[in-house]
Write a protein that binds this ligand. Structure first.
Ligand code: PFF
Length: 457
């Protein structure tokens, strides 16, 4: 039972090859979430037990949801709102499923508003690194560089603006021209540099402590809030739950294998997150930095390593350049669903949609800029404005979006429709997916949301 013929092709272009799709999806998944967010969350939540819950969430929940998003996207071949409405009508007679697409577009709006601010920090760090600001620097000097950037709205705001312009620029160029070409080189280069840094962190003398911190589960450190944080991080890092993966799936050719591509992406994303943590913690320990330092962790520990190593200026500059690229390829995928939605809904051109949507998100991003500066004392609910947006989008909205998507794929779509996209022979891999999509993922996400998400409101 194939999708109707008029939906065989995407409205916005297609990936030229399977590798192109894998790289684009990896470009979306690998970003600040791996190198900036994962290590500091692991640090704040006590390490090992958090990492274990995270890994279970990634493979038992995130992977089946990612497959669901790609298959839904490819079958609908529209923006997430219209795809969900179309398939909803086809499979169950109601277009109301489009609402989850709308939630996704809104979540993307919130996420990009802070993602671009942190992306701006990484761009600022390219300049700092190249100018030698970290050479032989101690932890105080490095912390000073950090706070000079993030706590001054004019500085952070300028870099946020630069980052947003870059993101809008690629989305204006479109899928084939802009994206696929960039990620081909950048993701492999980032991994290579992380390996160089791993070599350095092994020489700090605290590598073993880093390993223990990261992998020895101390379950007494695990709280409801940290379980929910691990779930939210799994969604955030894999880019699932808001329609970004669905949008990329819409540009995937019919003949490419969804299971193989998604497994490759999930494995790379997870390895890069663990690798970053293994680089960051030994350095932090060796220099007496607090692993629970929060959002500043990566920005304050890595420069210490760069400052000590031979050729550190070059390595540091390259590293922040690559990190900015990784953030950039992710940001593009956060903007794309909203842009595709606006283009299809109001018949806008791609440049107009990208510029208008991007500008609104950019303006909203200044609330995050301020929350690391003059507004850092304004605390409510979860903390600063940034903390609230971050919690709401990653720990609540992404899991809700993912839950509805996986229920749709597992329960609402006919078995034939999903098998047709994933594996027409319906082998063991397909049956495993369907079992997780019907039972494991929905039950686990619901349980975590109810007990830790809503229970904590
Ligand atoms: N996965 C990205 C990261 O780890 O940095 C962030 C992200 C991209 C989240 C795309 C959500 C999304 F739709």
């Amino acid at each position: 039972m194939n999708a109707p013929a008029e939906r065989r092709r995407s409205l916005h272009g297609e990936w030229t090859s399977r590798l192109g799709f894998i790289l684009a999806l990896a470009g979306s998944a690998v970003g600040l979430g791996n190198i900036w967010r994962f290590p500091y969350l692991a640090g704040e939540n006590g390490g090992g037990a958090f990492v274990l819950v995270y890994l279970v969430c990634v493979f038992a929940i995130g992977l089946p949801i990612m497959m669901s998003e790609v298959l839904i996207g490819r079958r609908g071949r529209r923006n997430p709102v219209r795809t969900m409405a179309l398939l909803g009508e086809e499979e169950s007679g109601t277009r109301a499923w489009g609402l989850v697409g709308l939630l996704g577009v809104f979540t993307g709006f919130l996420i990009l508003s802070f993602y671009s601010v942190i992306g701006g920090w990484t761009v600022a760090y390219i300049v700092e690194a190249a100018s030698g600001a970290f050479v032989s620097a101690g932890s105080e000097q490095v912390s000073q560089v950090f706070s000079d950037i993030v706590s001054r709205p004019l500085v952070a705001g300028t870099w946020h603006t630069v980052f947003m312009i870059l993101t809008i620029g690629v989305v204006v160029l479109g899928v084939e021209q802009g994206l696929e070409r960039a990620v081909r080189v950048l993701v492999p280069a980032l991994v290579a540099l992380l390996l160089v840094l791993l070599g350095y962190s092994m020489t700090t003398g605290r590598f073993l402590d880093g390993l223990v911190f990261l992998f020895e589960p101390r379950f007494e450190d695990l709280t409801g809030a940290s379980v929910l944080a691990a779930l939210g991080q799994a969604f955030f890092s894999l880019s699932v739950g808001m329609g970004a993966v669905m949008t990329y799936g819409a540009y995937l050719k019919d003949e490419e294998s969804i299971p193989r591509s998604t497994v490759a992406v999930v494995l790379s994303d997870t390895s890069i997150a663990l690798l970053s943590a293994l680089v960051i913690f030994p350095i932090a320990f060796a220099h007496g930095l607090d692993p629970a330092a929060g959002p500043g962790l990566a920005f304050q520990s890595l420069p210490l390593a760069f400052g000590q190593m031979p050729g550190g200026v070059v390595v540091a500059t390259l590293f922040f350049l690559l990190l900015s690229f990784a953030a950039w390829t992710s940001a593009i995928s956060i903007l794309e669903p909203a842009v595709a939605f606006v283009m299809e809904t109001w018949n806008w051109t791609r440049p107009k949609a990208a510029i208008v949507v991007g500008a609104i998100i950019w303006a909203f991003g200044f609330a995050t800029v301020m929350s690391f500066g003059p507004w850092s004392d304004i605390q409510f609910w979860r903390g600063t404005f940034f903390d609230n947006i971050d919690h709401l989008s990653n720990n609540i909205f992404l899991p809700i979006g993912g839950l509805v998507i996986v229920i749709f794929a597992g329960w609402v779509m006919a078995r034939n429709s999903t098998a047709d996209e994933l594996d027409p022979q319906a082998g063991w891999g397909y049956r495993l997916w369907r079992f997780s999509a019907r039972y494991v993922a929905p039950i686990a996400v619901t349980a975590m949301l109810l007990s830790y998400g809503f229970g904590l409101f």
